[in-house]
Design a binder for this molecule. Structure first.
Ligand code: NAD
Length: 293
């Protein structure tokens, strides 16, 4: 690390990883990207980044490793990969910016701490647009000094909110997405009723957005991805379902009643069974409409 320039290994170059890696490069950091997919590595290079297929080298050369992977199972797979482990060195910081399972994150943090490596969780909201514009909300779990130490690589990505000890960012993220998915389902049903009566959907959204029915679904998802019929938010339907299940499992583990959350996840699971694996989460609205008689 020299001055404010940090060497970052960016692992997971998907819908979110690539625009985030590009933001870090634009902020002056040295970034080496890694992904199992050769296409993903090529996409970063095409957009002006540097990518490697050598996981050990990328980790060994880094001050900070950022993980932007689909789920905890894959985080565990990558961090226990002998090629990853061969690159580990003292004083390395690992930031899991994907939406992972808080209890798995806690256990991984303890394990890494035992070998002198600090894990911070810093999942994000704001989607692909927020990633591309450096306006994500970043939910950061970790000790104060640890978060201070990595702040210069998080700042270019968005607004930092310190949520508490390690794992707490992943808790807040999963709960946010459980709410977001539940709002999206409820909004999609309400929009159908209004439309069936003959109200213009744009007028409905105008009213909702000036009223208490407002949410991210009425302000962003419906106007930008559903009414436009593009369904291209860049956030997969199955990733949303994964987050809902993380939140629901947490409620069980903590002994808190969670009836609506469980019901919402069952409904989203029905949609996931019907829709292709690549479906965007905003396709839920179309799917709900397609079942209305
Ligand atoms: P994505 O599926 O587009 O990208 C994931 C990337 O990880 C892919 O390029 C894949 O090849 C790579 N990968 C998979 N296994 C790997 C391995 N073993 N080693 C290295 N790379 C591997 O997913 P995304 O939409 O970028 O989401 C990433 C994370 O961020 C998820 O946890 C998701 O829930 C969360 N998230 C996504 C959004 C969004 O709008 N897309 C928003 C907030 C949070």
């Amino acid at each position: 690390m020299t001055g404010d320039t940090t060497t970052v290994a960016f692992i997971g170059l998907g819908n979110m990883g690539i625009p985030m890696a590009l933001q870090l490069i634009a902020a002056g950091h040295r970034v080496a990207g890694y992904d199992v997919s050769a296409d993903a590595r090529a996409a970063l290079v095409t957009q002006g980044g540097i990518a490697s297929d050598n996981l050990t080298e990328v980790v060994a050369g880094a001050d900070i490793v950022i993980l932007m992977l689909p789920n905890s199972d894959i985080v565990t797979q990558v961090t226990s990969d002998p090629e990853f482990q061969a690159g580990l060195h003292a004083d390395l910081f690992v930031i899991d910016m994907g939406s992972s399972e808080p209890m798995v994150t806690r256990a991984l943090a303890e394990h890494l701490a035992g070998i002198g490596i600090t894990l911070i969780d810093a999942p994000v909201s704001g989607g692909v647009r927020g990633a591309a514009s450096g306006t994500l909300t970043i939910m950061v779990g970790g000790s104060g000094p640890a978060v201070d130490r990595v702040q210069n690589v998080l700042t270019p990505l968005g607004r930092i909110v310190r949520t508490g000890p390690v794992g707490s960012g992943h808790v807040v993220k999963a709960l946010n997405n459980l709410l977001s998915a539940t709002h999206l389902w409820a909004t999609s049903e309400a929009m159908l009723v209004g439309e069936r009566f003959g109200v213009d959907p744009k007028v409905m959204l105008d009213v909702l957005n000036g009223s208490s029915g407002r949410s991210g679904s009425t302000e962003n998802k419906w106007p930008n991805f559903i009414l436009s019929e593009t369904y291209d938010s860049g956030f997969g339907l199955r990733l949303m379902l994964k987050d809902m299940r993380i939140a629901n499992a947490l409620a069980v583990e903590l002994g808190v009643p969670n009836e609506l959350g469980d019901f919402a996840a069952e409904r989203w699971a029905d949609a996931a069974e019907d829709l292709p694996s690549t479906a965007d989460h905003t396709e839920i609205a179309h799917w709900i409409a397609s079942r209305a008689h």
